[in-house]
Design a protein around this ligand. Sequence first.
Ligand code: OOB
Length: 541
Amino acid sequence: MSLVPFTRWPEEFAERYRLSGHWRGEPLSQMLAEQASTQPDAVAVIDGSRALSYADLDRASTNLAQRLANRGLGQGNCALVQLGNQAELYVVFFALMKAGIAPVNALFSHNRLELVAYAAQVRPRLLIASRAHPQFTDDAFVEELTELIPELDTVLLHDDPHPELRLQSWFVQAKALRSFSPTPAGEVAFFQLSGGSTGTPKLIPRTHDDYLYSVRRSVEICQFDRETRYLCALPAAHNFPLSSPGALGVFLAGGRVVLSPDPGPASCFPLIAQQQINVTALVPSALAMWLQAAPGRHGELDSLQLVQVGGAKLPEAQARRVPQVLGCRLQQVFGMAEGLVNYTRLDDSDEHVYLTQGQPMSPDDEVKVVDREGHPVAAGEIGALMTRGPYTIRGYFQSPEHNAAAFDAEGFYRSGDLVRQRDDGYLVVVGRIKDQINRGGEKIAAEEVENLLMAHPAVAQAALVSVPDEAMGEKSCAYIVSPDPTLKGIVLRRFLRGLGLADYKLPDRFVHIDALPVTAVGKVDKNRLRRRVAEQLTVTE
Ligand code: OOB
């Protein structure tokens, strides 16, 4: 059976990572097998009124893996999966790990355009989605996908009325026929999603070895154990709540994951009280809502010991309020789906926790901070962050051109973040050079939205830039050059939505401009646009 192709680590690195015990040749499904045998009745996942024990999770995922194997699905095949914050997401994840099928786990907020872009890249034989998602309320999109991807021969939909299509009916035992097994641990286990800065969303191949190491090391740093009760309030498929240490970290440690449909205080506070949650992960915009809602509701948050915050820069003033207002410790997490994750440590000084975004989790993470020419900057100076290591990819999936720009000759990944590395190794994020907007932790690749806007007949040119925003950190603003000065934002938003773009990528503001400013070399001068929109904001306030 052929394997999913990806850019491998050079053998000397792979050997080093194996010798140091980071890569152990174990599949990601191993953690579940271990818990199911040592504490089968312990609750692994709570989703609303449903509780799944480790034995339930193991059994349901084995049954699904068996049924998929019976259909001839296995090693070398890919899947497109889109599920919300629901227990089935983990059942499906482990089933696919067991069967050796490599999924792309799309976010629930992704729409037709993103799903098609992922499918076109991995050519899935399997689609797993939910009837609760607007794209899957009828069959039109499934038919469109099947036409586009002739290989797609198995479709399972959560809550479909027909038993053969209904995902849940695949969780019960089948007559076992074919055997199945995970892909070897050095091969692609699944794809993470890149926040991106290019026209098409890029995929990140993660191996069992590298991902499991990142989860194991995260568990050590964050001290997850059987007592851990983790509230998963961010989109569950995202790298942060999945692996830093996230739900997989909880399963590795034998604790309990409680799912919340969203990170708002109205959903989360009662769950924290009912389920005696002791740790959770938030983006700064969600933390801000918690800080606002918490006064007077202290009783509900008594069990909370640790709040991890990451995905976007946490303002120092907010960081300082966490212990006092939420009554728990703060941990800053600066990570990326491509690999590198930095944590402040649980025993760090206040100064580290409030003023830095942590330090790399692995002693084998290599970090370079470089100037425009790629030369290391002087110690403590600001520069672009580059990294390589035992869980940082060496290339995006099937993107040779982009890889040539995104990685240097030594295999260091250019994260696009501007950072300062302190003498003690801790990183402070000060900005970004990638053409991306970070909208409350949700990443928007400017080029993707600009290309779509320019597909509108009345748009000659478009440039998308970030605008500072009190609640979200950043929002997006589209500058439009059009012969029609009456062209309204609402029309363009409707146009983008019609193309199937995810809602969070729709520009928050539209501004007409006669011509886009350009730099000396003729590139669109986004700094000038950003300054311009910031100035306009100050004037109107
Ligand atoms: C996480 O992963 P992605 O892939 O959605 O986004 C990565 C980018 C980073 O390159 C950086 O620009 C930004 O998100 N970012 C932060 C940050 N954490 C992420 N910027 C400033 N401060 C932070 N603490 O966002 C992600 C993955 C794993 C764990 C945590 C976050």
